[in-house]
Every structure is written in structure tokens, then in C-alpha cells.
Ligand binder design. Structure first.
Ligand code: PMP
Length: 356
């Protein structure tokens, strides 16, 4: 795969760490990993004294099934945050390479780039928060290794057309990896994920997470789905044991067919609640705009966001102040909560009569 030549030479050359668990993991007497031979004190849990599998095959297989790819195309990580960091570290040479983003967007792309000493090229979203493919391509230089596309975008909630992603990937073939962050995809009611473009474009990587639709933000389980050679590249620099046993168990439990069905029911409720909020909020005093959202939050512009933030805070309701983002002056990002929480939010904004 030609894109691999764009990875950092040091990463391609290094001898990856080979953990004890990778070398051997299934014997009656395990004396190869300097583990305790006993369960933790005070616990009957007999697996926690052992290091976990670096990429648990059953979880990998289940995620692959859910995302309709081969298990070797899935890298499981500590949330999608870890995968963002891994792609930047694998591709960007400090002081020389760059990533491209379309602000306002998720802040961790730029943080990961700056941590690595890479620069950040920006092609802002258009006035109605669409990505500007031509502007992105015009700004991309020879040393731009990654283009991050957040779909739906945080914090605006805007979905990105698959055609725009395909056009970016076509134009950057063999030059840059287009990383499509689908953290909120399950709320988008989109017919197709960027995963469906992988067969035609080996320079697309898709980020998915169990933190949002599957209610597992505390377990820190995310996935990067990409060409097998990209996955193998990232595995070279991933920590030896990134996935705590308890988190793997929680993820697996949330992904049984019955649990997935239940999550679908919750997602449907959440979408109804999102539309209830979107319909009600424009009537609240001081609301200037409720931006259309394909995610589990709404980006709302107020006459005085700071004042609304404080008023809600005093009522015990915390929303996210996103007014520091370019183009989002006086905007607050409001996560859709339970029906009761949403009713409390509306009441806090002076809309008491809106029924759940
Ligand atoms: N991508 C986006 C767009 C996000 O909003 C977030 C979390 N807020 C993440 C990635 C990170 O998610 P995870 O919990 O999977 O690390």
C-alpha cells in the first residue's frame, strides 16, 4: 500500500514491542509475564491478575461484524481519542508535517498534532457549517499527512455528505489519510457510513466509539477502521495492553444482539427528544438560532450565551460553552438528556408548558 510510505520512517523501521501476552497466552501455568499468581486481594476475580489480550479477538470480531468489515481492519483503543493520537504519531514528523481540519470542530485533532510537534492547517466550515472540500484541498501541502473530517461534526452537529469525503480521498490518494470521525454516527440516521468507502479508498480511516450511542464513555472503548496495513502500522506504537479487562467485558456485554437492540430503542428516544428540544428552543427568550443537528446534542445561539450558561448553572444544569470556537460566538452546546432532564432544561429557559 503506497500510503504507508507517508508514515514516519522511524515508525516503519522500529522493532515493535512484543508483549508476553502476544507471545503466549493460554497455558495451565503462566510464568511469562511477571504477573501475580493470585487474584487481587479482596477479590474473587481470577482474571484481573493477568494482563489482558492487547486486541481481544471476540470483541474485535463483534465490532467487525457490527461495522461490516474484517476483524483485521479494526483497531480497538482507549476511546477514539487514542486512535486520533496514534494516527498523528504514526504519520506526522515533528516540525515538518501537518494535519488539516475544518474549524469549528473537535479540539483533540489539533491537540494531538501540537503534542506531536505537527502543524495544523485550517479550512473553516462554510457559513452553514459544511466542509469546504475545495478550500481544504487548496490548503493541503506536500507535508499534510492527515485530513480530519468530523461527521457529524462536534460542536455544530452537522453531517458531512459521503460524496465530499470520497472527493477528498480521491484527490489525496497515496498522499494523505482522510480520518473520518464518526463518534456520533448512530444519531445521524445516515444511510451509509464512510466505512462503505473503504473498499474503494485505502486512504480513509473511520473512527467509531462506544462512548456515545452505547453509553460506555466510562469504559473508554473506541475503534479505528481502516486498511489492514494501517491497522498493523498503528499496532506497532500502541501501548502493550491498552484495554482493561473490565472495560472489554463491559463492551462485550453492550454489544450482544439483545443489548444492541435496546440501544437502538434508546437512540430512537433520544432522537425524538432532540427534535422536541429543537422545536421548543426557538420560543425561549434570547434564543437566536438552533442549528440542525445529526448528533446527540444541539448547538444553540443565544443573545447572551454567558448569561444563559450562568442561569442554567445556578439551576444545577451544566451545558457546554462553545462560544470560544471560531464562528460560534454566543453558542452553547446542549447534550440531549433524559426526557425529564430535557424538560428541566426547557423550564430553566422559561418554557414550562412544553410537555415531554
Ligand atoms: N470524536 C469526537 C467528535 C468527540 O466528540 C469525542 C468525545 N467528545 C471523541 C472523538 C472522543 O471519544 P472517545 O470517548 O471515544 O475517546
Amino acid at each position: 500500500m503506497k500510503l504507508l510510505e507517508r508514515a514516519r520512517p522511524q515508525i516503519l523501521a522500529l522493532q515493535p514491542y512484543s508483549s508476553a501476552r502476544m507471545e503466549a497466552h493460554d497455558a495451565a501455568i503462566m510464568l511469562n509475564a511477571n504477573e501475580s499468581p493470585w487474584a487481587p486481594v479482596g477479590s474473587a476475580e481470577t482474571v484481573l491478575n493477568r494482563y489482558p489480550d492487547p486486541q481481544p479477538p471476540a470483541l474485535r470480531a463483534r465490532l467487525a461484524e457490527i461495522y461490516s468489515v474484517a476483524p483485521a481492519q479494526v483497531l480497538i483503543g482507549r476511546g477514539s481519542d487514542e486512535a486520533i493520537d496514534l494516527v498523528v504519531r504514526a504519520f506526522c514528523r515533528a516540525g515538518r508535517d501537518a494535519i488539516a481540519i475544518s474549524p469549528p470542530t473537535f479540539g483533540m485533532y489539533a491537540v494531538a498534532a501540537h503534542t506531536q510537534g505537527a502543524s495544523v492547517i485550517e479550512a473553516p466550515l462554510t457559513a452553514n457549517f459544511q466542509i469546504d472540500v475545495d478550500a481544504l484541498l487548496a490548503r493541503v501541502s506536500r507535508n499534510t499527512k492527515l485530513v480530519f473530517v468530523c461527521a457529524p461534526n462536534n460542536p455544530t452537529g452537522t453531517m458531512v455528505p459521503l460524496a465530499s469525503i470520497a472527493r477528498l480521498a480521491d484527490a489525496l490518494r497515496d498522499r494523505a489519510l482522510v480520518v473520518v470521525d464518526e463518534a456520533y454516527f448512530e444519531f445521524a440516521q445516515a444511510t451509509a457510513s464512510a466505512i462503505s468507502l473503504l473498499a474503494q479508498h485505502d486512504n480513509i480511516a473511520v473512527l467509531r466509539t462506544l462512548s456515545k450511542a452505547y453509553a460506555l464513555a466510562g469504559a473508554r472503548v473506541g475503534a479505528l477502521i481502516a486498511h489492514v496495513e494501517i491497522i498493523a502500522l498503528l499496532r506497532r506504537i500502541q501501548a502493550p495492553y491498552p484495554l482493561p479487562t473490565a472495560c472489554v467485558d463491559a463492551a462485550f456485554a453492550a454489544l450482544t444482539p439483545a443489548a444492541v437492540d435496546q440501544s437502538q430503542v434508546r437512540i430512537a428516544l433520544l432522537l425524538r427528544e432532540r427534535e422536541r428540544l429543537a422545536a421548543a428552543l426557538p420560543s425561549a427568550a434570547g434564543v437566536l438560532a438552533v442549528h440542525p443537528s445529526s448528533a446527540n446534542f444541539l448547538c444553540v445561539r443565544f443573545e447572551d450565551a454567558a448569561d444563559v450558561y450562568k442561569r442554567l448553572f445556578d439551576l444545577g444544569i451544566v451545558v457546554r460553552d462553545v462560544s470560544r470556537y471560531p464562528g460560534l460566538g454566543d453558542c452553547l452546546r446542549i447534550t440531549v438528556g433524559t426526557p425529564a432532564e430535557n424538560t428541566a432544561l426547557l423550564a430553566g429557559l422559561g418554557l414550562r408548558e412544553v410537555a415531554a
